[in-house]
Structure formats: C-alpha cells, structure tokens
Design a protein around this ligand. Structure first.
Ligand code: ZN
Length: 409
C-alpha cells in the first residue's frame, strides 16, 4: 500500500501540508486545469457597427496565453506554459503536481496563436511583458477547473484583439514574433515603428487607444503586411496636398483623404486587415468603426458617420453623394497615381467576400508587388498590384474589383 492515502488522511486531521508529512517526495498531487480569460471594454464593441466578432464586451478566452504558477513559500516557478490555442480546452492548460500550499497565478501578456507568437511589451527600453497576478491561490483539493480573468487594461485589450485576428487568419505567417508596445509612437499616436513593432498609444495618453479594437486591428494590419513582405516597409509618402477643396488638405492621412497611391494602399490594406478580423467573409456585408469621431464624407465641413460599411456606401443618410464604389473618382476627381484608403479597404473586402480569395494570397500579392520599392509619388503602384495578382493567379478577379473600387489609377 502506498503512503498516499495515509498522507491524505493525516493532512485532513492535522491541517498541515502534504509535503511536510511525506518527506522525500510529494505525498499526493493536485491536478488542476487552469483557464484564463481577458476582461475587455472596447468602445467599438457595439451592435450598431454591423460587424460579426468581438461585438460585445464579454470576457475573451485567452487562447494560447502564457501562464505561470509560483509557489509563494519559496517563489519557485512550478509551472510555466501556454494554454491551449483552440479546441475543447481553448485558453486552458493542465497543471499537475500541486500541493495544498498557496501559489500566485500569473497571466503573462504573450500568447502562442496559430503558429505565431504575440507579445505585448511595456516599452521599447525594457521590453518586459505585462502580468496580471492573483497573489494568493490555493488549489482545490479535488482538482477541477479554475478560471482566472484579467483585470481591464491595455495589454489585455491588445492581446484579445490580436489573438482573435490571428485566429481569423495567420496570413500565411509561421513562427513569427508579433510585438506590440503599450507605448506611444515617437511621433505621437499609434504606429508600426521602424523596428517592425507596433506602438499602441496607452489609453491614459491618447484618445485613440486600445479601447478601439479597430485601431489595434489596423496597426496589427501594418505589422502583418510588413512581415508578409519579408520584413520590408512600404515606400510611400503622406505629403500629397490636393489642390481642390473637396478633399483632405494634406494634414496627414484620413480614411477619405486623397493621397499618393502608395500611402492610400498602405493604410487601406491595414484597414482591410481590421475589417477582416471583425467580419465574417462568407457574408458580403461588412461593418467598420473608423477610429475617428466623424468623417466629412461629402466635404461640406460637417462630419458624418464614422461607423461605416466596407462593402457599400459609408452612410446613406449622412453622405448622400457617396456610393458603394470609387470614392476617389466620385469625390476626389480621380487623379492618376492617387487613391483613397476607403477604396482600398473596399477592394480588399470584395476580394475575400466576393471572390473567396484567401487572406494569405492577398498577403502574397502584396509581397510580390514589392511595396518597399514603390515610388513615393504613387506612380506604378496600381500596376504593380495588378501584375502581382496575376502572378498569384487572381489577375482577372483583382483587375475587376480594382476598376470597380477605383484603386486602379
Ligand atoms: Zn495606419
């Protein structure tokens, strides 16, 4: 007879830990399934947007997240591993061999998702993961499942969105590190930095912040297409200033501003990644909450709706002059080598929803179009994308929707 039943009984009577009663090895082990979830509070998780995923602020399963269990008595890390990424135990991991002492449970801001690693680091000088900690946890004697939910915070808002997006598509990426900082860009706001890592301006600093899942998705889109292009940045310029009053006056890029084609494509493809993350591409409808307070779609100096469609028109009542295609031609004059982010967003959505082109093929088209070699004045961008689509095998489909959406100039 093993000693385990004796130790178990003694424990109950004496209230001492089993390890004390059974020197030389664990007297009995407690096996527990630990599950983690993210608390989220997205401002744009709203049924009015018309998208399909992360549409409420229910807790999000922490798929693939890294969990640590630390024994408080001696600070030994007794478990360090990642939760399952999908399946019946999505966001959970089996932890065995615990005893009736107390532990700290840490949920760390990194996850293994769809063959890639997502990391949220504090800042680019110390590069440290964030941690949510339950400082005093005693495993239940009978084992079972214990669920830990993070507090609300930017790291978890970012990781929940990035995890979800990576589940929607791995974009053909494998074994990549996708790093996000809870830090403002050196130039302000949020961006893909020159180090190939995303900077998301903290909610304490910027009004556009990780409370917006669409902003997180957009910046992640820049990162995904950067990685998909062999870690090369797009060559583009925001410096185009339209000469007419009917489009953006050159104060940086907006979703409906006329820009050099490379800039419009680079921003529009990032919008498209966010739209794809939150919309079911087996349905043609597509809701998108642009992270601005409003958009002056008809350039009458009054802002209209920023919750828009990436399939049809932005808003039929607020912007009657804008229809479901070619905003650049309809509103901005359709100048050669120029374009509008919104048209690129709608192009991407048409390619996946109407033509069922896989996201990784879109990334391949981007890669083959060689965005790092584009002229910053936008010349040749439309042709490079069309030629690349032809090479990937979607030439006819691409050209049809590029013409339809007006991204072919
Ligand atoms: Zn951007």
């Amino acid at each position: 007879m093993s000693r385990r039943p004796l130790a178990w009984k003694s424990l109950g009577r004496l209230g001492l830990c089993a390890g004390v009663l059974a020197p030389g090895g664990p007297a009995f082990a407690i096996d527990v399934e630990l599950c983690a979830r993210y608390a989220v509070d997205y401002a744009d998780a709203d049924a009015a947007v018309g998208d399909d995923y992360l549409t409420d602020n229910d807790e999000v399963l922490a798929s693939g997240v890294r969990i640590q269990v630390v024994r408080n008595s001696d600070s030994a890390i007794v478990f360090d591993g990642n939760a399952d990424d999908g399946g019946a135990d999505d966001g959970c991991v089996a932890v065995t061999g615990l005893t009736t002492t107390n532990y700290s449970v840490r949920v760390l801001s990194t996850a293994e998702v769809a063959g890639n690693t997502l990391k949220v680091w504090n800042n680019d000088s110390s590069n440290v993961l964030h941690a949510w900690v339950d400082p005093f946890w005693v495993p239940p004697l009978g084992g079972g499942t214990e669920t830990f939910t993070t507090s609300l915070g930017d790291p978890w808002r970012i990781l929940a969105t990035a995890t979800h997006a990576m589940h929607r598509s791995d974009a053909g990426l494998s074994g990549e590190n996708l790093v996000f900082y809870t830090q403002e860009c050196s130039g302000g706001g949020s961006c893909l930095g020159g180090n190939g890592r995303v900077y998301l301006c903290p909610s304490a600093t910027c009004s556009n912040n990780p409370h917006n899942k669409t902003l997180v998705g957009h910046e992640m889109g820049h990162l995904v297409f950067f990685l998909g292009n062999g870690k090369d940045f797009t060559s583009f310029s925001y410096a185009y200033t339209p000469g007419t009053s009917d489009s953006d006056g050159g104060s940086g890029h907006r979703i409906n501003s006329e820009e050099y084609q490379g800039a419009a494509a680079n921003e529009g493809i990032a919008h498209f990644w966010a739209a794809f993350a939150f919309n079911d591409d087996t349905e043609s409808d597509c809701g998108f909450d642009y992270y601005a307070s409003s958009v002056d779609w008809d350039y009458d100096s009054f802002g209209e709706e920023d919750q828009i469609s990436c399939e049809g028109a932005p808003d039929s009542s607020g912007a009657p002059t804008v229809d479901g295609a070619d905003y650049h031609g309809d509103v901005c004059g359709g100048t050669a080598d120029k374009g509008v982010e919104y048209d690129w967003l709608r192009l991407g959505w048409d390619l996946v929803s109407d033509e069922s082109i896989p996201m990784e093929d879109i990334v391949d088209i981007w890669d083959l179009a060689d965005p790092d070699a584009w002229n910053t004045n936008g010349s040749g961008v439309a042709e490079a994308m069309s030629d690349a689509a032809d090479t990937v095998g979607w030439g006819a489909e691409y050209d049809y929707w590029a013409d339809f959406n007006g991204t072919d100039r």
